[in-house]
Write a protein that binds this ligand. Structure first.
Ligand SMILES: Cc1cc2nc3c(=O)[nH]c(=O)nc-3n(C[C@H](O)[C@H](O)[C@H](O)COP(=O)(O)OP(=O)(O)OC[C@H]3O[C@@H](n4cnc5c(N)ncnc54)[C@H](O)[C@@H]3O)c2cc1C
Length: 551
């Protein structure tokens, strides 16, 4: 049968756009199919904070950070904890991706116009020893322009290819089936969804107005993960992470529905590591929601005191920003699905960043004047101040007693015992009487401030929480917030998808979150952060290049 294109790409998110740009630039014809409208071009990446994992970058070197491929690989492998037979390809991808992050990634993106904020962030600090989980050094490079700045070069390239007649976008086309003929994927079938001009990120109509079929020599599945589908998140929740949360908020738009994973499995694709996921523990309900159950993640600096639902402090090294999944596992074994930060204005001002392009108008709009506001004054960024004043999960009070009372008013059952909280806070404050002590979080804050980037904008000067000079006191109820899917379709380094019998399925490729960002799980169990957008770029590029040469 006649082909509609050389390659079909399912998904106009970052991975799909990168793949499509490469295919068109290789002179091939490509159709990009997406269930959402053109308003949604770029998918999740548009909403992203834009943090990218680079190794030994000029930004790091300017700040005196010594990084290398060997150090980054050791950190990656210590974090991933690969321990399964099906980790064969994820492991290959991990080696290749760290090499990409060291050698080619920044230069390739720089040549396409991208730039980065000069202060490199230090995410996932670990705390278990030098070969365990975490970044030994800061590696989180925030893109100037945040998520939209990451998407921009690939929107530009695909739109140019569209004008040149090599690329066609098929929006509001929902793929329901992969066409398989003689063991080869030959295209896609699905439903035409009712036109809907709903704004970016808002849930769109699912009314079907017709059907469609498209054929091509190669099909790339770049349909994202499962974070918008709480049933699927709960179904895949592993026993090692305790019971799935009864209450979760959502860190991704509703289109991250995971449907395409079962559809691709139906065509024979081998989905591996489906129990590996990356959800955050510092979610706050958005008072101005865009998608359903919309939550925002606080990217915290190291100083807030982290208490469980009953007021007990989380154990070392579960401090803010140290070990996302370790904290999640601890919480989900505590019998409750939320925790608390007890903090104050000085810490919130310096240390609270909110993940998401719309929560960082200064960086997203590339406005240096506003960015400088982060470093001066007593107030946090306007979006953080707005959450503090109106957010359903924030309590602001002058005294600890009033604070605990206010925090207890936020839950059905008041579980915080004032005496327990008072003891934790005063004991912590007393540790500051000496320039040394036994509290490892205090030690971690002291040593974080040896890094100039933290001292400038991420770690508040050490002070007593009960010192009114730094107040008022602030309590934040932290919910579990869904985000990333770490498992996915098993692929080789050319992004070709394996079938259940271990052989490649001709005509089928996968990229981005659908491919576990490469190989079916390049992160293993955990991430070093800033690795997802780059994973879409790396695996999308590989898929685009190999699909173009195969078709
Ligand atoms: C708020 C936020 C902040 C983030 N910050 C960072 C960060 O700082 N650093 C980082 O590395 N990562 C970050 N991420 C993660 C990163 O943005 C995502 O993991 C990545 O963008 C996923 O891209 P993707 O192309 O794989 O999938 P998606 O962006 O989900 O795109 C998939 C597309 O496929 C379409 N689709 C799905 N199923 C079908 C179907 N059946 N038929 C047709 N179309 C279909 C969807 O409509 C969608 O447009 C963040 C994410 C969010 C939401």
């Amino acid at each position: 049968m006649a082909e509609d294109a050389d390659v079909i790409v399912v998904g106009a998110g970052l991975a799909g756009l990168v793949a499509a740009a490469e295919i068109a630039d290789a002179g091939k014809r490509v159709v990009v199919v997406d269930q959402e409208s053109a308003n949604n071009l770029g998918g999740q990446a548009f909403w992203a904070f834009g943090g990218l994992f680079f190794v030994d970058s000029p930004e790091q070197r300017r700040l005196g950070i010594h990084d290398s491929y060997d150090l980054a690989l050791e950190d990656w492998l210590g974090t991933a904890g690969f321990d399964r037979e099906e980790d064969h390809w994820p492991r290959q991808w991990a080696h290749a991706y760290v090499a990409f992050a060291k050698e080619e990634k920044r230069a390739w993106l720089h040549a396409q116009g991208m730039r980065w904020f000069p202060v490199v962030g230090w995410a996932e600090r670990g705390g278990y020893g030098a070969v365990g989980h975490g970044n030994s050094v800061p590696r989180f490079h925030v893109t100037w322009g945040t998520g939209p700045g990451v998407v921009a070069p690939f929107v530009r390239r695909t739109r140019a290819a569209e004008t040149a007649g090599r690329l066609r976008f098929a929006f509001r086309h929902r793929v329901d089936e992969l066409i398989v003929e003689n063991g080869t994927v030959a295209g896609v079938r699905g439903a035409l969804l009712q036109a809907d001009g709903v704004a970016r990120g808002k849930p769109s109509s699912r009314i079907v107005t017709g059907d469609f079929e498209l054929r091509a020599g190669a099909t790339i599945v770049a349909s994202g993960g499962i974070g918008g589908n709480h049933d699927l998140v709960r179904a895949n929740w592993p026993a090692r992470m305790g019971t799935p949360p009864a209450f979760m908020i959502q860190g991704v738009p509703d289109h991250v529905d995971g449907r395409m994973l079962a559809i691709t499995e139906g065509a024979g694709g081998r989905l591996i590591n489906r129990d590996r996921m990356w959800h955050y523990t510092e979610g706050i309900r958005n008072s101005n929601p865009i998608w359903n159950r919309h939550g925002i993640r606080i990217l915290p600096g190291p100083s807030s005191l982290w208490l469980d639902a009953t007021g007990k402090r989380l154990p070392p090294p579960l401090y803010p920003g140290f070990d996302t999944l370790g904290t999640l596992e601890h919480i989900m074994h505590s019998g409750y699905d939320y925790t608390w930060f007890v903090t104050d204005q000085a810490i919130v001002k310096r240390e609270f960043a909110l993940s998401g392009s719309e929560q960082n108008p200064d960086l997203t709009n590339k406005d240096w004047r506003l960015v400088l506001g982060r470093a001066i004054g007593k107030r946090a960024t306007p979006p953080v101040e707005a959450f503090k004043e109106k957010g359903a999960d924030f309590v602001v009070r002058e005294t600890l007693e009033e604070l605990v009372e206010g925090m207890n008013a936020l839950t059905d059952v008041p579980r915080l015992d004032f005496e327990t909280v008072r003891r934790e806070v005063t004991a912590r404050d007393r540790e500051l009487d000496n320039p040394y002590g036994k509290d490892l979080q205090i030690a971690a804050i002291r040593q974080a401030r040896n890094y100039v980037g933290d001292r400038l904008i991420r770690a508040a000067p050490l002070h007593r929480l009960l010192d009114p000079k730094f107040g008022p006191l602030i309590g934040v109820k932290l919910n579990i917030i869904t985000r990333k899917t770490l498992g996915g379709f098993e692929t080789d380094l050319s992004s070709r998808v394996f079938g259940a019998n271990g052989s490649i399925i001709p005509g089928l490729f996968a990229a981005g979150e659908a491919a576990g960002f490469g190989g079916g799980g390049v992160h293993g169990y955990r991430s070093l952060e800033g690795t997802f957008l780059g994973g879409c770029i790396f695996s999308g590029r590989a898929a685009g290049r190999s699909a173009a040469s195969a078709s």
